[in-house]
Design a protein around this ligand. Structure first.
Ligand code: MLZ
Length: 265
């Protein structure tokens, strides 16, 4: 199996087809991470996005922040880019006529929220305004094509970014298929998702890139595995279709020959 990974080596001899930068809602030059551990900021509650909450930075990797909502548990951490529109400096909510809210699953009685908020912000380490970078513009349209390579966040393991292939396109949605992994990690997302990056992004930002999986090395060796068989319906698609049934037109699905599965013995 792989011990180290470089895109150059990986794509050598294949139809190297990295998705162009213009496909992505990502800065052409990834922003620096000027945040520090344990600082506080305002963040939309991912489980209740109409709420702006206080969050603490509990981890950093490349231009990404691992956030925990104050008053919540440690089981619902989430990651945001330093140029995410979902994070703001402390004070932003109030300045814009809003009110900070307790996170979904607030550990205490709701009536203790005002005092909790006061105590939480008192003497807190506040993330500086300069650390927040401007959100990049949204590409005018879905420019992805089936078979293009990219790097994508594994939403089941959101600290991980992994080599992936576009396995399907439907309107504004794209299917992210992780190279060499069984289909359970794959997902549909909007083309302007902040969870996907051009090839080389991780290396250029110092973010760890997970190795492709070994799918196709032993029992499936020599067998052509088709991404089509793992493509499930995008949200909003015909509910009658099961996850494994062939996708309906006008969705395009890559053929078995372009499958991300490979032998790597
Ligand atoms: N070790 C875990 C994580 C796999 C992550 C896959 N990413 C596409 C597993 O094997 O389930």
């Amino acid at each position: 199996p792989f011990v180290s990974f470089t895109w150059d080596e990986y794509l050598k001899g294949k139809d190297a087809n990295p998705a162009p930068q213009a496909c992505f809602k990502q800065a052409p030059v990834p922003p620096p991470n000027d945040f520090t551990l344990h600082s506080k900021l305002e963040a939309l509650d991912p489980r209740n996005i109409t709420s702006t909450c206080i969050a603490t930075i509990v981890g950093l990797q490349g231009p990404r922040l691992r956030l925990r909502l104050d008053g919540s548990d440690n089981k619902n951490d989430f990651w945001r880019l330093v140029d995410s529109g979902d994070i703001k400096p402390i004070g932003w909510c109030e300045e814009n006529g809003g009110m900070l809210q307790p996170p979904l699953g607030f550990r205490m009685n709701a009536s203790s929220w005002p005092m909790f908020l006061l105590r939480t912000l008192n003497n807190a380490k506040i993330a500086p305004e300069l650390a927040f970078k401007k959100e990049p513009p949204t590409p005018p349209e879905n420019l992805f094509k089936v078979g293009m390579k990219l790097e994508a966040i594994d939403r089941k393991n959101p600290h991980l970014i992994c080599p992936a292939t576009i396995g399907g396109i439907r309107d504004n949605m794209i299917f992210i298929s992780f190279d060499g992994w069984r289909g359970v990690f794959d997902y549909w997302c909007e083309f302007d998702s902040r969870d996907i990056f051009p090839v080389g992004w991780a290396a250029s930002t110092g973010h760890y890139l997970q190795l492709p999986g070994n799918k196709g090395t032993s029992s499936t060796r020599g067998r052509k595995s088709s991404a089509a068989s793992t493509v499930s319906q995008p949200p909003g698609a015909t509910p009658s279709a099961s996850a494994s049934s062939p996708p309906v037109s006008p969705m395009t699905v890559e053929s078995g020959d372009q499958s991300p599965a490979y032998d790597n013995e």
